[in-house]
Design a protein around this ligand. Structure first.
Ligand code: GLN
Length: 188
């Protein structure tokens, strides 16, 4: 069934999420202001720079409206910088939504030049391992009791997690041709 999905479009790779959603037959709304959240079935927060998301979200009055959207039970997914923006604890002082009970380290795998692609086994996804694209990616170090770990790398870094209607991935499914993570998210 076609859904109306918002993509936070303050900065970052929102266009790639939008393209994938459109390919899957969904309607996309670029979210830049609080009223863009009206009528959405779900919201995706892309990769980019989480400090920039924070600054712009504060400036445009988006923090509390997105929090309320998530607390109403609608699915919200953060990829990479979006994951950081969802988190309660990012180990430093920057504005986040503080919704997900995860403790995160930013840029945990090194710099841009240390970007990598590796197969990730995601619990709940049928079929082969997902190609995880990691670009200056965060890792989740610890999760609260209400958070389910969906994927870890060999070194124990948590790279996908779910807390009810909230989903977080360190990697970038929107940069692959594989629609399974997006389909999984929209089924939450
Ligand atoms: N390094 C970025 C941050 O800390 C995230 C990078 C990404 O989204 N690809 O916000």
């Amino acid at each position: 069934m076609a859904k109306t999905v918002g993509v936070l479009a303050l900065q970052g790779d929102f266009a790639e999420h939008a393209q994938m959603l459109q390919r899957m037959g969904h309607r996309v709304v670029e979210v830049r202001l609080p009223h863009h959240l009206e009528g959405l079935d779900a919201l995706i927060m892309p990769g980019g720079e989480s400090t920039t998301f924070g600054k712009l979200a504060v400036r445009w009055g988006l923090i509390e409206p997105i929090r309320q959207f998530a607390l109403s039970g609608k699915p919200v997914w953060g990829t990479c910088a979006g994951l950081i923006f969802l988190a309660k604890d990012v180990g430093r002082d920057q504005p986040t939504l503080g919704l997900m009970d995860i403790q995160v380290t930013r840029n945990a795998f090194g710099r841009q030049i240390d970007s990598f692609i590796t197969p990730v086994q995601v619990r709940g996804l049928a079929g082969p391992a997902f190609m995880g694209v990691f670009i200056r990616a965060p890792r989740i170090n610890t999760v609260g009791s209400g958070v389910e770990v969906l994927a870890e790398l060999d070194d124990g870094a948590i790279v996908a997690a779910r807390q009810g209607n909230l989903l977080a991935t360190s990697f970038h499914p929107e940069l692959t041709q594989d629609t399974r993570m997006h389909a999984f998210f929209l089924s939450l």
